[in-house]
Every structure is written in C-alpha cells, then in structure tokens.
Design a protein around this ligand. Structure first.
Ligand SMILES: Cc1ncc(COP(=O)(O)O)c(C=O)c1O
Length: 371
C-alpha cells in the first residue's frame, strides 16, 4: 500500500543527540600489542577493591539464582553507621552506580519546559540525562584559567523554571574544588524551588582546609542532593553501585521511582562490606594524597602546566596537541584521557596511580618530549 502522507517520525527529537558521553575505554577494548598497560584514564582505584568487599562477593556467589533485597534499606542502614549516625537511614538513596542515582534524580525533577544549570567543564551525564527529559540546560561556565565557578552568574541564571543546579567538588575533569565560602554563598541564596545537586564522588581525596561536602547543609535541612559513588575510593567501579544523601523528604520522593530489586546482590553486599573497611579507604586516601604531591614535583621539574587537584587525578596541559599526546602515551603503555569532550579543550586528565604507575607516566611524558 502506498500513501502520500509524510512519514511519521517515531523518534523523539531530543533523543537524537550529536554529542553523547561514552566513558573511557577498558583495557579489554584496547587492541593491546602486549606489554604492561597502566590505565590512568578513568579515575579508578589503582589498588583494586576493598579485600572485605571481595570476600563478601565470594560469600554470595552461591545465591545468584535468588533475587536480591527488594530495596536499598540495608545499604542505607550501613551508610548511617559510616556517616557516624550524623544522618539517618532516611537521608540516603542507594542505586546501581552514582550515574544511576543521578539519572533517578534528574528523572524525578526535570521535565520539558524546566531548566537545570551546569558549569563547563563538567561531567557530561548531567547534560545527557537532562536532555533525555527534554529539559533546557543553561551553562554558566567556569573561569577557563583557574576553573573557579561563577557563583554570582549561577545565582543570576536561576529562573522560575530552574529545578536543579549542578555543582561538582572536586570537579571532573579539572580536579578543582568549591571553597566553603563560595558554597555558602550559593546554598544560602538559592530560592526555595531550586535543588542543588552536589556531586562529591571524589570527596575522599580532598584535603584543602576550606573544602566541604554537602553534609553540613543537608544536616541543616537545605535542599541539596549529595551524589556519591563506590567507583572511586572504594574501588568498586565494576560493581556499579552508588548513593546520595539529601533531606528525608527529597530522598523519599526520589526513592519512589526506584525499581524493585534495583541493586544486584553482589554489588549490595560488596558496598556494605566496603563501608566497614576503614583500613582500605585510609590507605587509598593517604597514598593518593602523597602521590599527588610527588606528581606535582615531577610535573614542575618537567615544566608541564597543571591544575592543583583535590581528586585522584590531575588535569595537565600537554606539551603537544592533546590527541597526539594521548596516542603517544598509549604507545608507551599509559592510558590517559583528553578532556575536550568535558569542555576543557587541549587538556589531558590523568588518574593518580601508585608509584610504579606514576613513574611510568612521568617517564612516558619525558620520552614524548624528547623523542
Ligand atoms: C564527577 C562524577 N560524578 C559521577 C560519576 C559516576 O560514578 P559511577 O556512575 O561510576 O558511580 C563519575 C564517574 O566518573 C564522576 O566523575
């Protein structure tokens, strides 16, 4: 049958994205030519996962045929202990990765005709997931020199349609943080209809005296959702598990859209065990902070420009074009990540490893410059 009617487009126009976030490639995807690869491209934990989490996974392998817990309740109970009972289980939302909790948050708050605010350079899923809700994304870029946020600009960009304002501290890909005074200015001046999403997945690595998480604000009852992950300091990126904390009202609101059995058994047990493994967390944090200082010294000696970081990675300005640099480093066995897609063109984000990986990285830069 033929018809003169124009074809009906079955695809939603706002889902036809040109720019989408893919995440860094894995070692397995890399056509390796043999030799050791140091993966310093995805801000993972170079020390592996918490041994207690690994044990918990092994102990649960016999029950893969059974459904896991229906809800995130046991994870929230353990988070209550981890946060030294400063927050109640009702403050938390658990989910299969920080990204998934972010998506739940955006689905719960964004809609066509509503707006959210981001600051370039930022973690692209804020924009990607908001587009999936056909929402409008307003960008108030950071200062491109020091990557500080524009607090006045962010407040001025708020309209009656704004629902979410994204802040990231420490920020990906820059490693920079939002000082407490700047946070205060934003938190105490946003109107009541704006919820701040404070992405703090790298907070374990921060040591600046004026660094703050969202904890004091959430305890005061401010409308802030603090996004967290088990992928970084806890070393569980493969398990896809994360959480947020916010006011009990917002937490209960978002949890309404959690699907039954959302968190798989192994991830849930691994996360609960990892929260109890203080020694692994401390070793990870202390070593990364030490190695960060060592890397600053090495980069200074090489005359490479970088931004001081509060995270487990450092953004550098490579001595040659970013893509050529990433390729040259890969040939030398070091995977690094160009940050142009995040809105930081020409720069490269490099995860902090152990001393062996960091030495391999520094000697690879030296040989890129001299060869
Ligand atoms: C700033 C930031 N937020 C959130 C996430 C999400 O973490 P995940 O989905 O692995 O829990 C990441 C991961 O790289 C990140 O860098």
């Amino acid at each position: 049958m033929t018809s003169n009617k124009p074809p009906i487009d079955i695809f939603k126009p706002f889902l036809s994205l040109k720019k989408t976030y893919k995440g860094g490639i894995t070692k397995a995807e890399l056509a390796s030519e043999g030799g050791k690869i140091y993966k310093l491209s995805s801000n993972e934990n170079i020390f592996g996962a918490s041994p207690m989490a690994i044990e918990a996974i092994k102990n649960n392998l016999g029950a893969l045929n059974e459904y896991p817990d229906r809800t995130d309740q046991r994870l929230r109970d353990q988070l209550h202990v981890f946060y030294k009972e400063e927050l109640s289980p009702g403050h938390f939302i658990g989910g299969p990765s920080g990204s998934e909790v972010l998506d739940m948050t955006i689905r719960a708050f964004m809609d066509h005709d509503l707006e959210c605010i981001v600051s370039t350079p930022f973690f692209l899923p804020y924009q990607m997931f908001s587009r999936w809700q056909n929402a409008k994304i307003i960008d108030v870029p950071m200062d491109p020199d020091d990557y500080s946020i524009d607090a006045d600009g962010l407040l001025a960009a708020i309209t009656d349609k704004t629902r979410l304002l994204f802040l990231t501290s420490p920020n990906n890909p820059t490693g920079t943080y939002i000082p407490k005074a700047t946070l205060d200015k934003i938190v105490y001046n946003v109107p009541d209809h704006v919820v701040i999403v404070m992405d703090e997945v790298y907070f374990h690595f921060a040591d600046a005296p004026d660094f703050s998480t969202a904890l004091p604000y959430v305890k005061e009852g401010r409308k802030i959702i603090a996004l967290n992950s088990f992928s970084k300091a806890f070393g569980l990126a493969s398990m896809r598990i994360g959480y947020a904390y916010t006011t009990p009202e917002i937490s209960a609101y978002i949890r309404q859209i959690a699907k039954p059995f959302l968190i798989n058994r192994l991830s849930l047990e691994a996360a609960i065990a990892a929260l109890k493994d203080e020694a692994f967390l401390k070793m990870t944090r202390d070593t990364i902070i030490e190695e960060r200082k060592w890397l600053y010294q090495q980069l200074d000696l090489l005359g490479i420009q970088y931004w001081k970081s509060q995270a487990n990675f450092i953004l550098i300005q490579p001595p040659i074009a970013d893509n050529l640099f990433a390729e040259a480093m890969l040939k030398r066995g070091v995977m690094v990540r160009p940050s142009a897609n995040f809105g930081s063109p020409g720069n490269i984000r490099v995860t902090i490893g152990d001393r062996e990986a960091n030495e391999a990285y520094i000697s690879a830069i030296k040989s890129c410059v001299t060869d």
